[in-house]
Design a protein around this ligand. Structure first.
Ligand code: NAP
Length: 302
């Protein structure tokens, strides 16, 4: 079936693009490999989206999905494995079939970066987690650690401090990349211990995680911390592997595009966290969706 616009990814960028494209009366198919909503569904409380002082990521995603589908966007849960440009027509291959469109918007976002420590994969779901809001509840009254120094790590630590008996915040430097306001809130928590200049060098425990070995970067000294849960929040990797043959991808894996969301391929646009950009926030992902859809509509209208 031929659509005007196929959007790959149903996160805030993709679904916002769907809203704009539908309001311009274009037929829209959104293809999503996992759950719609994107990474924002893991955020317990969004406090920095204009006008909305507080909303959970899940509610935000839910309302966005309803808005896009009520306007007539079609959504299919299929994984895109490749996009081919055949002049005016773009062919999108998924794990279940093939679709065609006049324009394509790549809005696939990013996936969790792994720590890269031995047995990380084996202990995932057995004490190692990448999502505090999904798994935090399993660690009620237990000792846990968060690794990372960005906003995700800080917010995860804040969230877990309400559930866990103790939260170690392990960061490889002594200053944070995330917002100072959240750091200040964490400092006030009696059950949060900051472990600076430290990297996790081993995961302990046989069938389940029972602790971590951390190594001080400056002295080389090793320390064992006993805990039941380790929440890895060390950033994300753009999900552009399926588009390597289609658009330009930079060294860090981002699809190269400017603020107008144009790639070098006419009719192929990129929106949100998988694009080269300075600020990766919910509001900028949504903004990208609006820009990419508007540009796609212009392209289709000639
Ligand atoms: P991030 O900002 O890229 O931070 C990743 C953190 O992990 C950095 O502190 C980094 O350390 C550390 N790190 C990277 N690789 C590591 C490794 N192998 N071992 C140990 N530590 C490692 O990622 P993020 O926190 O996921 O945030 C991603 C984007 O989403 C950011 O732009 C963030 O502001 C945004 N975000 C915003 C909100 C919000 O506004 N409410 C919430 C969540 C996320 P270094 O600092 O030393 O590089």
């Amino acid at each position: 079936m031929m659509y005007d616009i196929i959007i790959v990814g149903a996160g805030p960028a993709g679904l916002t693009a769907a809203i704009y494209a539908r309001r311009a009366s274009k037929s829209v198919l959104v293809l999503e490999a996992r759950a719609w909503g994107g990474q924002i569904i893991n955020t317990p409380d969004i406090e920095n989206y204009p006008v909305v002082a507080h909303i959970s990521g899940a509610d935000f995603a839910d309302q966005l999905y309803r808005q896009a589908t009520a306007l007539g966007a079609e959504l299919k849960l299929e994984k895109v494995i490749g996009v081919e440009e055949l002049g005016k027509v773009k062919k999108v291959r998924t794990n279940q079939g093939e679709y065609e469109a006049g324009a394509v918007i790549l809005a696939t976002g990013s996936e969790n970066r792994k720590l890269g420590v031995d047995r990380e994969q084996a202990l995932t779901g057995r004490g190692v987690s990448y999502c505090a809001t999904c798994d935090g509840n399993f660690f009620r009254g237990r000792d846990v650690a968060v690794v990372g120094g960005g906003n995700t790590a800080l917010e995860d630590a804040l969230y877990l401090a309400e559930l866990a008996s103790k939260v170690y915040l392990i960061h490889r430097r002594d200053s944070f990349r995330g917002e100072e306001a959240t750091v200040e809130l964490l400092r006030k928590k009696e059950n949060v211990e900051f472990v600076y200049n430290a990297t996790v060098t081993a995961l302990l425990g046989e069938k389940r995680l029972s602790g971590v070995e951390v190594t001080d970067k400056l002295s080389g000294e090793k320390r064992t911390i006993e805990l039941k849960g380790l929440f890895v929040a060390v950033g994300r990797i753009p999900e552009n592997e399926s588009f390597r043959a289609l658009v330009e991808i930079d060294q860090a894996g981002y699809a190269v595009a400017g603020e107008n969301c144009h790639t070098k391929v006419p009719g192929v646009f990129v929106a949100g966290d998988n694009r080269t950009k300075e600020v990766r926030q919910l509001v900028t992902a949504a903004a990208d969706g609006a820009v990419a859809a508007t540009e796609a509509v212009k392209y289709l209208n000639g």
